[in-house]
Design a protein around this ligand. Structure first.
Ligand code: FAD
Length: 282
């Protein structure tokens, strides 16, 4: 990662063979964007983490793009996480995003309570570059965003070298979180996670999963265009491009695009910000 302002992509392992075939094909288009890195989720939104190591390995070894494998500890034991980490090493993966995962009923039965436990565990035996999460609006279980900022510091002190944020639609939330993190000594890049809204179903799902606030400007756009998929997609992409432009103007360390495995969305966004990015990265 040499850029001052990185541009990275997130993809997820599809659940069926058709999707898996498509993602390997789509990786060629994602690679043309020349992102600084591609992160591959682990069982996001459900059980079973199959595919993360295989896809991350193709990203890195066949496309020569740095791969970040997400690793989740919720519901895992030290032994099972150890196996996942050993498997990543065997696939040549050197960087991970250390996650707790969403809370499950059997949470107390596991060896890990928080991402910080996973990070400490990893540090003991493995030599990964470790990324972790942060939450501009606060995590859904937290009283407020400041509580999460204090855990960013804990993650940073444990050796995290980069933070990737939960998606958000109001940049002021991101700036507030970033200021507080810097104030208490988090001295690692804080990357903004951006999800372009491209269809109506996605909006409901996104908000119900992570509780993101929809600002009036975005909700107006959604209600105006929700009955016309093409118009909604265009308006959603425009919103994301404006959001990213503002973030870059405010010296964001990086943009991490939640691609939903759609290369054309990623390309449209990248084409519209590449000149701006080249100015800050020259
Ligand atoms: P943590 O950092 O552990 O935080 C969880 C809660 O505990 C927060 O309320 C926090 O304030 C609190 N907390 C943190 N540390 C401590 C501590 N030491 N002591 C007490 N309280 C603490 N989910 C997946 O299943 N797979 C994925 O691939 C995936 N990728 C993601 C990528 C990004 C960039 C983000 C932002 C989220 C992702 N998620 C994924 C969702 C994530 O698993 C959930 O948001 C989950 O609820 C929290 O995970 P975390 O690692 O942020 O948890």
């Amino acid at each position: 990662m040499n850029s001052n302002t990185s541009f990275s992509l997130e993809i997820f392992p599809p659940k069926n063979d058709v999707g898996i075939e498509a993602i390997y094909k789509n990786l060629y288009d994602f690679a043309k964007i020349t992102p600084d890195y591609i992160s591959v989720t682990y069982a996001a939104g459900g059980d079973g983490g199959t595919g993360t190591a295989d896809i991350a390995s193709v990203v890195q070894n066949e496309h020569n793009i740095k791969a970040i494998a997400h690793v989740r500890c919720m519901g895992e034991t030290k032994e099972s996480v150890g196996e996942i980490l050993d498997d990543l090493v065997a696939h040549g993966i050197k960087s991970v995003l250390a996650l707790r995962g969403d809370r499950k009923q059997d949470a107390e039965l596991t060896d890990f309570k928080y991402a910080t436990d996973l990070i400490s565990f990893m540090k003991d035996k493995w030599d990964f570059e470790i990324f972790a999460t942060c939450y501009p609006e606060g995590h859904v279980e937290s009283e407020n965003y400041l509580q999460d900022v204090s855990f960013m510091k804990k993650k940073y002190d444990l050796g995290v070298t980069r933070f990737v944020s939960q998606l958000f639609f109001d940049n002021e939330d991101f700036y507030k979180m970033r200021d507080e993190a810097v104030k208490i000594g988090v001295n690692a890049p804080i990357v903004a996670g951006i999800m372009p809204i491209t269809n109506a179903k996605q909006i409901l799902r996104t908000v119900s999963m992570c509780g993101a606030k929809i600002p009036t400007r975005l909700s107006k756009l959604i209600s105006k265009f929700e009955d016309n998929p093409d118009a909604l997609r265009q308006a959603g992409l425009n919103f994301a491009i404006e959001q990213i432009t503002d973030l870059i103007s405010n010296d964001v360390d990086g943009i991490h695009l939640y691609t939903m495995n759609n290369p054309s969305t990623a390309k449209t966004i990248f084409d519209n910000i590449s000149t701006i990015l080249s100015v800050v990265n020259k």
